[in-house]
Design a protein around this ligand. Structure first.
Ligand code: ATP
Length: 225
């Protein structure tokens, strides 16, 4: 009898991770557990295309990601965008991931703030040709989708996450997770003003920040890699 092979579900979460914090980490871990993802790849961008600048260098942000996910099975760091010599466009990352994983259901993970901005992304209408999109409501952010996003939800929103394994791309699924109102901006501001951001991010990441004296002035780190 032919054995039915379960389509693997792979999460992909992009960001500046400047620095990575528990809002990112809980999102990745909870989605992995709730949706049964085989793994979640955290993809730090090199030069963000939707933000003015980063404050930590690409190598520092990458180093902090490795420390944050150490010993967490199923969470991985993907340095594709940092190694690429072009701006960090998600569509390019999805295309290269799709080349290596033609049979998998790819799940692009993002907060509601990022999802709202989707129409500003490069070739945004093609993202769903390559992956599903999993959206988590970000606390502290009021979700007010544009007409384009509302229409996209009408066409693509999935009610039952089982459907994520039926097609390898094309659906949008909204998943409730623990609401942690943490942002990298808050952490950077706390450090710059002498507050202790402990318990908003892993101790290993905070130790790295202190050791490398990151985020003290709020000015961008010009280190190139
Ligand atoms: P910054 O404050 O510098 O803008 P950030 O905290 O928003 O940074 P990013 O690296 O820009 O972090 O976010 C990467 C992804 O993680 C985005 O899709 C964002 O919506 C999501 N995200 C960030 N923080 C949270 C959070 N606390 N809960 C859920 N999702 C989050």
């Amino acid at each position: 009898m032919a054995q039915h092979k379960k389509t693997p579900l792979i999460g992909i979460m992009g960001g500046t991770f400047d620095p990575i914090h528990f809002g990112h980490l809980r999102t990745a871990l909870e989605l992995k557990q709730i949706l049964g993802l085989e793994g979640v790849r955290l993809v730090p961008c090199k030069d963000p295309v939707h933000k003015d600048q980063t404050f930590g260098s690409a190598m520092d942000r990458l180093g902090m990601l490795h420390l944050a996910i150490a010993n967490t099975p199923g969470l991985d760091v993907d340095d594709t965008e940092i190694r690429r010599h072009t701006p960090s466009y998600t569509i390019d990352t999805l295309e290269s991931t799709r080349d290596t994983l033609p049979e998998a259901s790819l799940c692009l993970i993002m907060g509601s703030d990022s999802f709202e901005s989707l129409p500003t992304w490069k070739r945004w209408q093609h993202l769903l040709d390559l992956a599903h999109i999993i959206v988590v409501m970000r606390p502290g952010h009021t979700f007010s989708p544009s007409t384009e996003i509302k229409q996209l939800l009408v066409e693509r929103q999935l009610a039952d996450p089982q459907g994520l394994r039926e097609l390898t791309s094309g659906y949008i699924y909204l998943q409730a997770i623990s609401a942690l109102d943490i942002s990298a901006t808050t952490i950077r501001n706390q450090i710059a003003t002498g507050y202790d951001p402990r318990f908003l991010l892993p101790n290993s990441v905070l130790d790295y920040i202190n050791e490398h004296q990151l985020y003290l002035t709020g000015s961008p780190d010009k280190t190139t890699i």
